[in-house]
Write a new protein. Structure first.
Length: 436
């Protein structure tokens, strides 16, 4: 129990925890109510600060620092609360891995701590560490059999299983979790990831269609679930359905949140690689990306900003993003180190590809691909960069290399050739036949 939270606010605080677990849009307002009534609640301030850093927005760093100061200036905190506060300080100091480790120590002592479990999961996801994500969740599973939030734990476990290649177990676990907690959009989307990675798009649509209530309550994470539906239609060649979902759902709110820009830039890039016109949709993304490209908080964000800038033909802004990434001071800052590598190579490759400089693009994208996992996100999200790399190899005349990348991609996808792989392998066959 906190030393600084009045008993009357426990109900509101539980709503915050449930909101974090379920990605609910109500989480922020609930946390604001708690902190308005108890500004010296150290754990609440720590969660406020960590949530700000997860947004990867430059202006939110100052808010996170304010939260840290408020947490440390407030009433005496328990050891558990202090660990969360110190974790916020670690991350502000450039060490999200240290922050996760500090919260992991809390979880080791209090293995039924749902808040610690979910935040550790979120940090490892952001930093591209699926094995650490999985280890953290699996360590506490034995004591969650009767936990009221067990479904959310299973959703996290399902996602880690999928990201580490255990597709059958991931689908089974995710379905079990959603049955327990139908509003667990994270678990629902973990199963969608399985369908993506195993080339079962029609089954994926069957899974998602009719379950919209599972993500209707969500914050902007709901746009990401719509993104999954769009990818399934894309794999099936149903391009009009992709564009309709883009207009009506994925970009229902024209926000500049990096995750929303990623949800938008990714399908537009994939469509264009398939030769599908996307009209003027790049323009609003490019405007937002140009504004956010100075943030320098996260490589994953920067690379999707670059997609938007190139899609919108903002050459000057794209060059400015490269310059900012080159100038990033990466010593002692984990996120900045990832921006320096592999982020910078991939960004240069995307820009070269947009300019039709395919050999140059191939050289940079190949160099960045080796450590692409470090940018965070999921296999499905990073696949857009894999596709551009393969396309650069094909267009640059590196046919054998393109085939090797496709086969490697298939290996990571349960040996399945989805429609993208089938099309490019057929193209390689045609090129070789023409060369004889």
């Amino acid at each position: 129990m906190s030393t600084s939270l009045p008993a009357a606010l426990i109900g509101d605080w539980n709503k915050v925890i449930l909101g974090v677990l379920s990605h609910a849009a109500s989480t922020g307002p609930a946390l604001n109510r708690v902190l308005a009534a108890a500004p010296d609640f150290a754990l609440g301030q720590a969660i406020r600060g960590i949530s700000c850093l997860l947004l990867a927005r430059a202006e939110m760093v100052a808010v996170a620092r304010e939260a840290l100061a408020a947490a440390r200036a407030g009433a005496p905190a328990t050891a558990r609360e202090t660990a969360f506060v110190d974790a916020l300080g670690d991350w502000l100091g450039g060490h999200p891995t240290r922050a996760a480790a500090r919260m992991q120590a809390v979880l080791d002592q209090h293995p039924r701590d749902a808040l610690a479990m979910k935040l550790i999961h979120a940090i490892h996801f952001t930093m591209g560490r699926p094995v650490a994500m999985r280890q953290s969740v699996e360590a506490v599973m034995p004591v969650w059999d009767d936990h009221p939030a067990r479904g959310y734990l299973l959703g996290c476990h399902a996602f880690t299983l999928e990201e580490t290649g255990e597709y059958a177990a991931a689908e089974r676990t995710g379905r079990e979790g959603v049955a327990l907690c139908p509003d667990d959009a994270w678990g629902l989307h973990a199963v969608a990831h399985v369908f993506d990675m195993t080339g079962r798009s029609r089954d994926g649509l069957d899974w998602l269609v009719g379950r919209e209530s599972s993500w209707a309550h969500c914050n902007n994470f709901r746009f990401h679930v719509w993104w999954h539906r769009a990818l399934m239609h894309l794999d099936l060649g149903e391009h009009d359905a992709v564009l309709a979902l883009y207009d009506d759902d994925i970009r229902a709110d024209k926000t500049d949140d990096y995750r929303d820009i990623a949800n938008a830039a990714s399908p537009l890039s994939r469509l264009e690689l398939e030769g599908v016109p996307v009209g003027t949709r790049w323009e609003e993304l490019a405007v937002l990306a140009e504004h956010r490209a100075t943030d320098g908080c996260l490589a994953f964000a920067d690379l999707h900003y670059m997609l938007a800038l190139c899609g919108g033909a903002r050459d000057q802004a794209a060059a400015g993003l490269i310059q900012r990434m080159q100038a990033t001071h990466s010593v002692g800052n984990e996120a900045a180190a990832v921006i320096a590598h592999p982020g910078l190579h991939v960004a240069k490759g995307i820009l070269a590809f947009a300019h039709g400089e395919y050999s140059n693009a191939w050289a940079h994208l190949r160099a960045g691909r080796v450590d692409l996992q470090a940018i965070g996100g999921s296999h499905a999200q990073r696949d857009v960069f894999d596709r551009i790399t393969i396309e650069a190899a094909l267009r640059g005349g590196y046919v054998d290399a393109a085939e090797g990348l496709l086969l490697d991609r298939m290996d990571r996808r349960a040996g399945i050739a989805d429609s993208y792989a089938q099309g490019r392998l057929a193209q390689i066959g045609t090129l070789r036949h023409q060369a004889v």
